[in-house]
Design a protein. Structure first.
Length: 166
């Protein structure tokens, strides 16, 4: 068995979640009626990501992503605690699930609902949002579909999957 290659991330961190799944407008009417029973997130898979910003311009960002059952605090906070070193600067949006991180991290938020995307110069989740946008665009340009049961999961031998952005 291989040793795990993933290290706890530290420094300046962005945490965010997204929903991955088919657009209702691209589905046949019969399929849409069966799969879509509510608003935009119904029937989609929740994916949580934690991005470590590079410490200088010669490094690249590191991203750890995982499929999670929901976006509740009892799901997201333990994942942050196992992935991010205590004392790190953690930036999130104002989702209530992130409340309570102040005890272990230098936690700051931005309120997207109020049009706030950057605060105090470097408090933002724009790098993580960029990762999600690039992930979605890469899937739109292919004929293959994401199999959400395997998407962003650990490998069979327990190694963490880590994405790297340039």
């Amino acid at each position: 068995m291989k040793a795990k290659t993933f290290r706890v991330i530290e420094g300046t961190i962005e945490s965010d979640e997204t929903f991955i799944g088919g657009k209702a407008s691209n589905m046949h009417a019969n399929v849409r009626c069966k799969k879509i029973n509510g608003r935009g997130t119904v029937g989609k898979t929740v994916v949580h990501g934690v991005l470590e910003r590079p410490s200088d311009e010669h490094e690249t960002s590191r991203v750890d992503v995982a499929v999670v059952p929901n976006q509740k605090a009892k799901t997201l906070q333990p994942r942050i605690r196992e992935t991010v070193a205590q004392g790190a600067r953690v930036f999130t949006d104002s989702l209530a699930s992130y409340e309570g991180l102040n005890n272990e991290y230098a936690h700051a938020t931005v309120e997207h609902a109020k049009g706030e995307y950057v605060k105090d110069g470097d408090v933002h989740t724009n790098c993580m949002e960029n990762f999600w946008a690039r992930t979605c665009r890469s899937q739109q340009s292919t004929l293959a579909r994401i199999v959400t049961s395997n998407c962003f999961d650990s490998t069979s031998d327990g190694e963490q999957t880590v994405a790297v952005l340039n």
